[in-house]
Structure formats: C-alpha cells, structure tokens
Write a protein that binds this ligand. Sequence first.
Ligand code: FMN
Length: 197
Amino acid sequence: MNNRNLAVIYHSAHGHTAHIAGHILAGARSVPGITAHLLQAEELTRTPEHLRDYDGFIFGTPTYLGGVSGSFKTFMDATGRLWKSHALKGKLAAAFTVSSLPSGDKQSTLLSLFVFAMQHGMVWVGNAILPEQHAGVPEQEAANRLGSWSGMMAQAGHSAPADSFAPGDIKTARMFGTHVAETLLRMACSEQMETST
Ligand SMILES: Cc1cc2nc3c(=O)[nH]c(=O)nc-3n(C[C@H](O)[C@H](O)[C@H](O)COP(=O)(O)O)c2cc1C
C-alpha cells in the first residue's frame, strides 16, 4: 500500500498552537505508512487547491473569543471553491485548539472545525483517549487531562512561554497524532480491501 499523506494545518500568533502542532506531527510520524506534513494555514489560504494532495487533515487554531482565530477562518473561507466541487469529500479530518483558560470555550472552536469538516463531506476523528487522572496519574501529567473527545485541547497559561504546557498536554498531543494517523491507515486498508474484492 502507498504511503498516506496527512497534513497538520495550523495558525499560531504566539507559538503555543505551533508547539502543540509539532508534537501532534511527531505522533503522526511515528506511524509507519504515514507521511505527515506541517503547514501554516496562511500559506494554504493562498493555495487551497493543495489540499487535494492529502488524504487527511488535523486542523489547529488558538481559541479566540470562543472560536477559531481570524487567520484560520480566512483559510477556511478560502476553501469555498473546493466545497463547490466536493473536492475534499471522504478525506479524514480531526482538530485541536489551544487557549489560556481551563475551559475558555475551546469546545466552541472544535465545533466550528467539526462543522467545517462536515460541510466538506470529510470523515471526523475524535480524541479517543481516556483521562488518565481517573487511573491515578497526577492531573498535570495525565493524558487527556482536559477531558475532550471531540478533538484535542491544550491549555497554555496567560502570557506563558510558547512551550510551557503541562506534560499531560504534550503526551495527549502525541497520542492524538498517532491515533489520527492510525485511523487514516485503517481507512486506507479497508478501501483497498473493498477495491480488491
Ligand atoms: C483575541 C484573543 C482572543 C482570545 N480568546 C480566548 C478565549 O476565548 N478563551 C481563552 O481561554 N483564551 C483566549 N485567548 C488566549 C489564547 O487562546 C492563548 O493565548 C493561545 O495560547 C494563543 O495561541 P498562540 O500562541 O498559538 O497564538 C485569546 C487571545 C486573543 C489574542
């Protein structure tokens, strides 16, 4: 089977979302058979047709006022022509967001990204990780400590350096990248079985 192309597409004004995107990328790249790319949303705003080259996407944005950032929304709107031809139908989609407050309305951002993916006819993948604090892991070190399953969430303290995340959020980012990549491969395998029968 040919390698599957996965793109982590993000916007980050101050580096926090970029930091998490890098860990998600590393998780995705740990899966043999996946070629994972890191792309800035601003670049794709100019060349949205390049989205055709990928089998799946992980979208990432900071949460701004309970939604995606302006730069990420500009990227989303630039895909309108692809929507008209349903060019992205059937591709895999997943999402993450970073904000400074424990809740900060991050769920609302993930829902916007979910609706965006559904309008394009994509197939949504969540964050299938049980919160490890329930198994006795200290909360700051626990995978999915923020308890988000529709997509991945991470929290960076207000005005904190771009790499100052709880170890649990870094662990979650890596596991999330791996999970999406493995799901993409499973999807590719079943497509291949269908075409060969
Ligand atoms: C205009 C603006 C709106 C924001 N709105 C929220 C918000 O609704 N909830 C929240 O928790 N943090 C909010 N924040 C904080 C950012 O989400 C946070 O600083 C994030 O880490 C920025 O990511 P970046 O470093 O990748 O740009 C906001 C920041 C800005 C600049």
